[in-house]
Design a protein around this ligand. Structure first.
Ligand SMILES: C[S@@+](CC[C@H](N)C(=O)[O-])C[C@H]1O[C@@H](n2cnc3c(N)ncnc32)[C@H](O)[C@@H]1O
Length: 262
């Protein structure tokens, strides 16, 4: 029994943001904010994919906010564990394929030129789960293709702290406070406590607390896990206006072409 959450893998262990509050997700982090970041991932795919990058699998695709931009040049298949998030993404990305599944275990039986495991990879809260996700990514990456993993933090860069934000759509509005911290009892995890203020059309405001449990692993664990899955690992600096100087990195896994390794 996890004292900070519910029993592991119970519905209660999943943040409400991805269940009954999913319709608020586009106000928390609007898709328009992802233009620059998606362009950065697109450049990495073009640079590191040793085959023409035409198809993308996004594991933990959430609201589909990266896919909304990447789908301009890539045929996107979006996988998420939460049906409510897939519904939100379908509205934004009607031209993309959506599949419900767990990034630790899903097997689609086909390969893609590029695999993206964006911030959803932070929900891998143990090394075993992280390794399972890497294995899923490898199974779905074509020879010569590339997988990209983007944790919010590695152990070396984590800083407890707070962020605020939110947006309005018509008369609905959301504002949030995000509070990151490491409980004493944690082992390679941190907690993000979120407070949402949700203003509905009539003007009523509800305040909700929602806890997220995230994995926190040393940089070497990321690189070793990518290699253990069968990829050639590479870390590249995360280039983004607001965070280019923070030491954040993107982890890549290049799937070797048989006969060409070494
Ligand atoms: C912050 S959202 C991702 C947002 C996404 N990067 C985007 O571009 O919109 C995190 C998502 O990870 C999903 N998730 C968490 N654990 C998962 C798992 N084991 N397998 C698949 N999806 C998972 C959640 O349901 C949620 O939709």
């Amino acid at each position: 029994m996890n004292l900070l959450f519910g029993p592991e893998n119970s519905p209660e262990a999943q943040p409400r943001l991805y269940r009954d509050l999913a319709d608020w997700y586009p106000l928390l982090t609007p898709a328009g904010d992802y233009v620059e970041e998606a362009a950065f991932y697109q450049r990495l795919f073009v640079t590191h994919c040793r085959r023409p990058p035409r198809t993308l699998l996004d594991l933990g695709s959430g609201g589909g906010h990266n896919a909304a931009h990447l789908s301009a040049t890539l045929a996107c298949t979006l996988v998420d564990i939460a049906p409510a998030m897939l519904e939100v993404s379908r509205r934004l990305n009607p031209g993309c394929e959506h599949v419900q599944g767990d990034m630790r275990s899903i097997r689609l039986g086909r390969v893609f030129d590029c695999v993206l495991v964006h911030d959803a990879v932070c929900y891998m809260a143990s090394r075993a789960d992280l390794q399972s996700t890497m294995a899923t990514a490898f199974e779905h990456t074509a020879p010569g293709g590339v997988a990209l993993f983007q944790p919010d933090f590695v152990a070396e860069t984590f800083e407890p702290g707070t962020e605020t934000g939110g947006s309005d759509v018509g008369s609905r509005g959301l504002r949030f406070l995000e509070w990151r911290w490491i409980p004493e009892s944690s082992h390679e995890t941190y907690v993000t406590d979120m407070a949402y203020m949700l203003r509905s059309e009539g003007g009523a405001v509800e305040v909700i607390h929602d806890r997220h449990l995230m994995g926190l692993f040393p940089r070497t664990v990321w690189l070793e896990s990518i290699a253990a899955a069968g990829f050639e690992p590479l870390a590249v600096p995360f280039e983004h206006n607001s965070s280019s100087d923070t030491g954040h990195e993107v982890f890549l896994g290049m799937r070797p072409v048989p006969g060409e390794r070494g």
